[in-house]
Design a protein around this ligand. Structure first.
Ligand SMILES: Nc1nc2c(c(=O)[nH]1)N[C@@H](CNc1ccc(C(=O)N[C@@H](CCC(=O)N[C@@H](CCC(=O)N[C@@H](CCC(=O)O)C(=O)O)C(=O)O)C(=O)O)cc1)CN2
Ligand SMILES: [Zn+2]
Length: 764
């Protein structure tokens, strides 16, 4: 008989009412003194621990809370502060920590990128020859706090050295071994101090183990862990993996640690197959990630228990730790606040708190407990999941037939890009290096308040519409005055680029309070795709046509692409993601047609999440890229040659998917180049990319106003690689998070930078 323990891997930090976000933003705005800010955060942190304690979770993670981001915390703990932030050792001051995250007028922020295949963004550590030191033992502090204040013997959490180094930048691959030697003593010290303090389990996250690693990588990892184990032999090290199956199962489970955490939801088949083939070492605990930490559906606990029994039979006498598949950072906090909004679907949903209840119930059931509560909990979950899958909303014959029809049909533009390019240039007569923006303009408190008034009934539909039109008008004027070449309406009517479409399409449900952290204090409320997706009526035509009526310059229509809507929603898991993507593509294709019929000549279809959906293992890439490119083309390809299709991607590594980017066959793609300083232009060069490229010449995630010179340098770098005729000039993403003044000032500088270039190109 196995010993069963219930555990959690990480708890959302934002708070059930986004208290965390509000504290951070008031502090940044200077409205909250530091002391109150820190005590507010402490209150929240302890509340979260108490919730887990009360639910009966045995291994409660500590140290997963953050002041911004867990990668940034780790970098700060090691004193890895880039030179530009003027740091001289010791614990990193709060102001420096936030300067790294957000930038200051004098020092641009650190780069930010996607955490594996999630919509969570971390701050990329910059090593650049810095020597790491242990400025503070953060897991130890967290452990002490939980013990002293709540009597919780917590499980300190830290990011493992290999994942940390692999996700950092500012070093050459051949320096990795030297770096490991620099970091190992620090990790050893952290662990030794935890051991002395009396910690039992320590969770070391190494999600890098689910990506495609080489033999050399595995040798390094084996060496790292034998050293860490030797440094603190009394600690139980729980090496955690998540988001997919481990790539080198045998070598991973042989590592000298006391526990291995595997994902039994994402990559479950491969992990189970490996377990079946190779068994599991008798001297280790197995962390069984059974409850989906990436989605919001209630689990079928009978089925989960069956899987656990199967696993149990393969791990005859060890300890099984029942837990979510990954940190619950990626799901909202609780469904309790949804009671009024979603009565019908509520029984089928489980957010973080409800998932922890599932973990505890499953743990009890696995330990053989069969009280009435356990029995009815198991039965009810299985029954509800069956009920949901059978619901008519999930099975609309018309949608299924239309999707089949269109997905099998043609998805190519009428003419190749070379032909379209000439036709479009004749039509639009744009200057060299045309300037534009990515779509959204500042969502000011005024805009958000207006929407709130309308939602709560204080304003009627007409009042809200008038308000949105006034915003559009004001910003068309601003754009004309700035001298931008292609204008946008500004997206004032949208809460979020995905949620907005979700609300207008059939098959989606939206939550009232289902917030998830995206980066820093910024949160998203992913819609829930519960049924077959269907177009109802035009979603963007009215605002776009209105904007176009106010100007003689082209106004670019603005849609979110099918793959991004898919990747940024919580998606039903009873049919394939590919099928859902085609359903969304079919619906959006009708929107594209509606825009074109209404006389809109440029349409941008954003796909910022295409890259993040890329599977973590190379062997799975092609299939994903094939269907996601197909979905994009189903959406975009039916237009006339003279209609210009734009797309936009941000904050990701493009190198891996450059062929897919080309295969999208968009006329213009705008990409981020500011925080990564043009590194990625190289990829475009190597692949002789010859379609339009919008250069994201400044970082919109930072409040600082970039100087003309800075942007000129970014443009120069790109132009040294590819022909000037290919380029457009734009910010690296939408401007919704920015203030009005800084936006206007930045855009003015951007237009000036483009003009400076045009003048010198004309001379040449
Ligand atoms: N889904 C998604 N993922 C994405 C992006 C994106 O745009 N969307 N962009 C990239 C970067 N991520 C981002 C994520 C969030 C935000 C962002 O601005 N989020 C807003 C929330 C947006 C929103 O839904 N706002 C609601 C307002 C919700 C609200 O707080 N309302 C107040 C009232 C209004 C107020 O006082 O502010 C209330 O209910 O009390 C609206 O506009 O209507 C925030 O955290 O502040 C920006 C970028 C990558 N991933
Ligand atoms: Zn973007």
């Amino acid at each position: 008989m196995n010993r069963i323990i219930s555990s959690n891997i990480g708890y959302p930090r934002i708070g059930a009412q986004r208290e965390w976000k509000k504290l951070l933003e008031s502090f940044w705005a200077g409205k909250l003194p530091e002391e109150q800010f820190l005590s507010g955060l402490e209150g929240l942190r302890l509340t979260h621990l108490k919730v887990q304690q009360k639910k009966g979770i045995e291994l409660i993670p500590v140290g997963d809370f953050s002041l911004y981001d867990h990668m940034l915390d780790t970098a700060a703990m090691f004193g890895l502060v880039p030179k530009r932030f003027a740091y001289y050792g010791g614990p990193v001051p709060l102001a420096t920590y936030y300067a790294m995250a957000r930038g200051t007028q004098g020092a641009p922020a650190c780069e930010m990128t996607k955490w594996f295949n999630t919509n969570y963004h971390y701050i990329v550590p910059e090593l650049n020859g810095l020597t790491p030191t242990l400025t503070v033992n953060k897991p130890l502090e967290a452990y002490r706090e939980a013990k002293r204040k709540l009597g919780i013997d917590g499980k300190p959490v830290l990011i493992g050295p290999y994942t940390f180094l692999k996700l950092s930048k500012g070093y050459a691959p051949e320096q990795l071994d030297v770096l490991i030697e620099l970091f190992l003593p620090l990790y050893k010290q952290i662990l030794t101090e935890l051991e002395q303090e009396g910690a039992v389990w320590v969770q070391i996250d190494e999600p890098i183990l689910v990506t495609s690693l080489s033999e050399t990588d595995m040798e390094r990892i084996a060496d790292i862990y034998s050293q860490l184990h030797a440094a603190a032999p009394g600690l139980k090290l729980m090496l955690h993996t998540y988001f997919d199956s481990v790539e080198h199962y045998e070598r991973t489970v042989a590592l000298p640690v006391q526990g291995i955490g595997l994902d039994f939801v994402h990559g479950a088949e491969r992990n189970i197959a490996a377990l079946r083939t190779h068994g599991f070492p008798a001297d280790k605990a197995l962390g069984v990630g059974l409850i989906d930490g990436r989605n919001v559906w209630l689990a079928d606990l009978e089925a989960k228990l069956q899987l656990l029994d199967e696993v149990s039979a393969l791990v005859p006498s060890g300890t099984l730790i029942v837990q979510p598949s990954c940190s619950l950072l990626h799901v909202p906090v609780t469904t309790r606040t949804e009671e009024q909004a979603n009565a019908e679907l509520l029984p089928f949903l489980a957010f973080a708190d409800e998932k922890l209840d599932e973990v505890v119930l499953l743990g009890k059931a696995a330990a053989g407990e069969r009280t009435d509560a356990v029995r009815s909990g198991l039965e009810a979950s299985a029954r509800l999941v069956r009920e949901l899958n059978a619901s008519p909303l999930r099975n609309r014959a018309t949608v299924r037939a239309a999707t089949r029809h269109i997905a099998g049909g043609p998805s190519a533009r009428q003419s190749p890009y070379s032909v379209r390019h000439i036709l479009q240039q004749n039509k639009f007569q744009l200057p060299l290096l045309p300037t534009t923006t990515i779509g959204s303009f500042p969502q000011t408190p005024e805009v958000r308040q207006a929407r709130k008034r309308w939602r709560t009934g204080e304003w009627n539909e007409a009042q809200y519409r008038t308000f949105v039109q006034e915003q559009i008008q004001a910003w068309i004027n601003i754009q004309e005055e700035l001298g931008l070449d292609v204008l946008v309406h500004g997206e004032f009517e949208r809460t979020d680029m995905v949620e907005f479409f979700g609300e207008k399409l059939d098959g989606f449900l939206f939550t009232r309070n289902g917030w998830v952290q995206s980066y820093g204090s910024r949160c998203v409320k992913p819609p829930v795709i519960y049924g077959d997706v269907e177009f109802v009526q035009p979603m963007t035509v009215e605002e776009t046509v209105y904007a176009q009526s106010l100007t003689s310059k082209p106004v670019k229509g603005m849609l979110t692409g099918p793959v991004t809507i898919l990747n940024w929603s919580f998606v039903r898991d009873d049919i394939s993601r590919e099928q859902v993507a085609y359903q969304i593509a079919l619906a959006l294709r009708q929107e594209v047609e509606a825009l074109e019929n209404a006389g809109i000549g440029m349409i941008q279809i954003d796909e910022p999440a295409l890259r993040e959906g890329l599977p973590l293992k190379q062997q799975d890439w092609q299939h994903y890229l094939d269907w996601s490119v197909h979905a994009f083309r189903l959406t975009s390809a039916a237009v006339k040659d003279t209609t210009q299709i734009h797309t936009h991607m941000c904050y990701c590594e493009f190198h891996d998917i450059i062929d897919a980017i080309r295969a999208l066959d968009a006329d213009v793609i705008s990409i981020e180049t500011s925080r990564s300083h043009g590194e990625l232009m190289q990829s475009f060069d190597e692949h002789t990319y010859d379609q339009g490229i919008g250069l994201g010449v400044y970082d919109i995630h930072s409040p600082r106003v970039p100087a003309v010179d800075e942007m000129v340098r970014t443009i120069e770098r790109a132009l040294s690689v590819l022909e000037p005729e290919l380029f457009w000039i734009n910010p690296d993403c939408g401007l919704k998070t920015r203030g009005v003044e800084e936006t206007v000032a930045s855009l003015r500088n951007m237009v000036a930078a483009a003009e400076q270039f045009r003048a010198c190109c004309d001379k040449a």
